[in-house]
Design a protein around this ligand. Sequence first.
Ligand code: EPU
Length: 418
Amino acid sequence: MYKINWWKELSWTVKIGGSKNAVLPIIAAALLIKWKVVLTNVPEIGDVFTFLEIIEWVWVKAKFENHRLELDCIELKETDFDLEKMKKIRVSILLLAPLLDRLWKISIPTPGWCNLWKRPIDDHIKWLENIWYKAKTNFESIDLKWKTKSWDLELNWGFWVTVTENLLVANVLRKGKTTIKLSAIEPHVINLIDFLRKAWANISIRYDHTIIVEWVEELIWDFEFEVISDYIQSGSYMVMWALSAKDFIIIENARVQDLFFYIQKLRDAWVKLEILENDTVKVYKSDNLKPVNIQTNVFPGFPTDLQSPFAVLMTQAEGVSKIHEVLFEWRLGWLIELEKMWLEMRITNPHEAEITGKAHLVWNTVTSWDLRAGCAVVIAWLLAKGETNVTNIAYIKRGYEDFVKNLQNLGADIEEID
Ligand code: EPU
């Protein structure tokens, strides 16, 4: 639980660390490589620690210090995974492809649903079954045995991030050419492709979301690879500072090029920000905000993971803003936490909500519904300016490195208590 007392207006500089959604698939892909792999700019967050514990079961040796991760995946051994532990982290589904390649069979738990509501895995299974012959799935687990088809395949996939990542990793060492149509091209997918290319994978991307993977016999490694910084954190902090900065705040490693559409929406809402050199952004405290309608979309559209911080921004705009959450059903449910803080809002259907501002948010005990909504309620607290508690913070710690420390450094009186 976070206990939050008060804040001075925030000031200073924040440097964005490595991306959770880039590093996890890269760690999974590293299991394909029978060399020592070194990654830098690895975030020290809950999901990375959990994922490392999981891969240690197959005898991967991991050394993780100062954001540098050394993985020795030279000799993997079969294991019985702790399915309960794996169930906690949805990206364990990304182990399917590399472990099948190395160990020839794997059983992993069927991931559950969470507060983002329905998160099926049918498409992972459907397309992986196109590559491998045998899959046995039931309510509890997914069992796959390795025997790949060795001819050219065309997979018409539909933009989901981790499905694209699983298909990429499943095909780099498969004999034959794979054409993955309608792939996701989020920055973290591109970072995974860059990683695989550095290991000599043969992957090309076409302008129309088509990825072509051609067989190579082996992946090799003798470099370090730097994980990209986290554009979702950067976008979250932009909102936080626009609402709470003393004067302005500087964000380094901001991934401006990945936030093109998002920054446009911030400007439509009259957030004052300047894009400086070297991927740095200066965000000014912004008053007189205007209401804006947003619709989440696949990259390069408005990211679903930034819907919740942006909603908090809209509480301070004079008038009605509409949010259309396209990707997830019921990812707007967390807004009831803001209602507890006296926001006037309506969830009109599982994909749409309206926010009426300008709201005078009042402190209350609120909870994190998921990682991003957890960050959003803390931003809301900065506005409520009272003593409050935020529960269920494990979500925030899964993905935001040094969250409390960053806020403390910037002037907030926030502490983590049992
Ligand atoms: N979907 C299916 N069938 C599938 C897989 C997905 O119908 O087999 C649908 C889901 O129902 C949902 C959409 O596809 O409507 C997104 O699916 P999913 O939850 O599987 O997304 P993901 O690929 O697992 C990644 C990010 C999420 C981010 C989404 C959308 C990672 C590790 N996670 O999830 O990030 O919200 O893409 O961009 O990359 C977060 O970081 O907080 C987070 C949730």
